[in-house]
Design a protein around this ligand. Structure first.
Ligand SMILES: [Zn+2]
Length: 484
């Protein structure tokens, strides 16, 4: 709060008024940045809402509330009348018929795979991988593919109210540059895989290059956390997995990995390491340091307490697990055992979108039918998994995932104008069981507005649409030729 503006709110107000008058004189009126009517403490942004769903411990909901934001941080939260009397913001997001809540956290994605969305569906896993995904990746995944695919993903995530994602793909510098520009928050993995990949010659080369990537990005932008992404224990051997964990610990970064995703992986683990997947990782000290484990469909009863004790962040991906027929993750049992569980979409090739609203809904329904018990995985539990629980799972629980003073200002406004919000008895029930991407009206990350009234402000959507269509056209022709 050392900004000179704070010592002179009246002067700022005058400047703002003059600037707006000048703007009005030379261009059509612009909807944003309505200054607050008072001369309170000058801050950057106020976000109003008919309901503020804080996602704090008590699940407090503030009616007719507002969130005051300055320099990327929440400085106050409470009744709108009080906030607007105390603060004068450079920009205000009006909150009539809007629900404000923390931005959603997508704990597992391969963002650039948006370009392979729908390239091949309804196939047995190995056919899908060997005849479609791998050939398309070998031939097409370069820096340009990753740039366009990640921009497409960022557009979709901003549209749908996701504010943080954990990504695993190739050319991480390109991913980081796109994220830096579009304004989202992300963990970006240097992917490590024991074979030639689009950006490395093998495991050792990817660890070396990964360390260089981490060094370049570690202190560059507080929204971007470079991490290691060893692919899985069937694409890397024990020595390579140990080396990656060691490199991550030396660099002081977490790792994200596919963990106990399929029965194939568990069988492979038994045959090659003599024990099931999670027990194997624990036996080599792989969980000594924050681990974000994607999927975790097949933990044994003995392995669930290991996940809790080692504070492994488990990311549940119900859509992908259903579409690829990986199985049903024992989410309820893991939560009961104290495991930190968040939600993710996985890549758009196996989902086929990055819609966290659908992910919440399916997570709830899948557990209920699996347990034949409609009381498990309630709406509030699922909303926690997509916000504060997901933040805790990835080690950001003290920064994002809930709306409270001192937290980074990552939040969204959901409009409840649409017919499916009529009537609304319980806001949290509606967010989980009714809302979808199209209802998100505004997305804010670190206090910066990335989408306002449905308009994306930080991605050139028409250019990205054009580039994505052109590239997809080339992929389609090449795959048709190959599979003739
Ligand atoms: Zn994955």
């Amino acid at each position: 709060m050392n900004d000179p503006r704070h010592r002179s709110p009246a002067a700022l107000h005058l400047l703002t008024s003059l600037a707006l008058a000048a703007l009005a004189a030379c261009s059509p009126p612009s909807p944003p940045a309505a200054p607050a009517p008072t001369d309170g403490t000058a801050i950057d942004l106020i976000v109003d809402g008919t309901y503020i769903v804080t996602m704090d411990q008590q699940l407090s909901v503030i009616q007719d509330g507002a969130v005051a934001i300055d320099e990327g941080v929440i400085v106050a939260i409470g009744p709108a009348a009080a906030i607007n009397a105390e603060y004068s913001a450079a920009e205000v997001l009006q909150g009539d018929n809007r629900i404000v809540l923390p931005g959603l956290i997508n704990g597992h994605s391969h963002a650039a795979m948006t370009l392979l969305r729908g390239v091949a569906d309804d196939l047995e896993l190995m056919t899908w991988l060997n005849d479609y995904i791998f050939p398309a990746e070998v031939e097409f995944v370069d820096a340009e593919f990753v740039r366009i695919g990640t921009e497409l993903a960022c557009w979709e995530m901003i549209r749908g109210g996701t504010t943080t994602f954990v990504d695993m793909y190739y050319h991480p510098d390109v991913i980081a540059s796109v994220v830096e520009a579009c304004g989202l928050r992300a963990y970006i993995s240097a992917t490590v895989i024991g074979q030639r990949s689009p950006d490395a010659e093998g495991a050792q080369d990817s660890v070396t290059k990964g360390l260089e990537f981490i060094e370049r990005w570690q202190d560059r932008n507080s929204r971007i956390t470079p991490i290691f992404g060893p692919h899985a224990n069937y694409t890397l051997n024990e020595e390579q997995l140990r080396a990656t964990r060691e490199a991550a610990n030396e660099a002081g970064v977490p790792v994200a990995i596919h963990l106990s995703e399929s029965l194939y992986e568990v069988e492979y683990s038994k045959q090659n390491y003599g024990t099931t997947s999670i027990a194997f990782f624990d036996s080599i000290g792989f969980f000594d340091g924050l681990t974000i484990g994607a999927h975790v469909v097949w933990p044994t009863e003995e392995e669930i307490p290991i996940l809790a004790e080692r504070k492994v962040g488990v990311i549940h991906n119900p859509t992908s697990n259903m579409k690829i027929a990986s199985g049903i993750s024992p989410v309820t049992a893991m939560l009961q055992a104290g495991v930190r569980v968040g939600l993710g979409t996985d890549g758009a090739a196996s989902n086929n979108d990055l819609d966290m609203w659908e992910e919440m809904r399916l997570a709830a329904f899948l557990q209920k039918v699996d347990r034949m018990d409609p009381t498990v995985l309630s709406a509030s539990t699922v909303l926690r998994m997509a916000t504060s629980g997901g933040a805790l799972a990835i080690g950001l629980g003290d920064k994002v995932g809930a709306l409270a003073v001192g937290m980074r200002a990552d939040l969204i406004q959901v409009s409840f104008d649409d017919v499916h919000f009529v009537p609304t008895y319980d806001v949290i029930s509606h967010l989980v069981y009714v809302a979808d991407e199209q209802d998100v009206a505004a997305t804010v990350v670190d206090g910066r507005v990335l989408m306002r009234d449905g308009e994306i402000l930080t991605v050139d959507t028409e250019r990205v649409r054009r580039e994505a269509k052109a590239l997809a056209g080339r992929i389609q022709v090449a795959l048709a030729e190959r599979n003739k």
